[in-house]
Write a new protein. Structure first.
Length: 83
């Protein structure tokens, strides 16, 4: 079975898109960062700067964490929640 990642890169190259490692790494970083933010919003029960009566937890800044991925190490800002 072919690697789906390589198949996608080959397809993009056929259309003339030359993707370097930094472009792919940044795309993966943005995707993971968005998923982290969505999970925090779900857990807290309110969007950023949104007031909610049911809310018992609040955002309390960020901490940087380094994650190893297939595209290299990524530094992500992980939301700290308190409450």
């Amino acid at each position: 079975m072919t690697d789906p990642t390589m198949a996608l890169l080959d397809l993009l190259r056929k259309f003339g898109l030359q993707l370097d490692d930094d472009f792919i790494r940044e795309g993966v970083r943005v995707l993971i960062q968005t998923l982290i933010e969505a999970e925090v919003t779900r857990r807290i029960g309110a969007e950023r700067y949104e007031r909610s009566v049911e809310r018992v937890t609040q955002r309390n800044g960020y901490r940087e964490r380094v994650y190893g991925t297939r595209v290299g190490e990524l530094t992500l800002a992980v939301q700290v929640a308190r409450g």
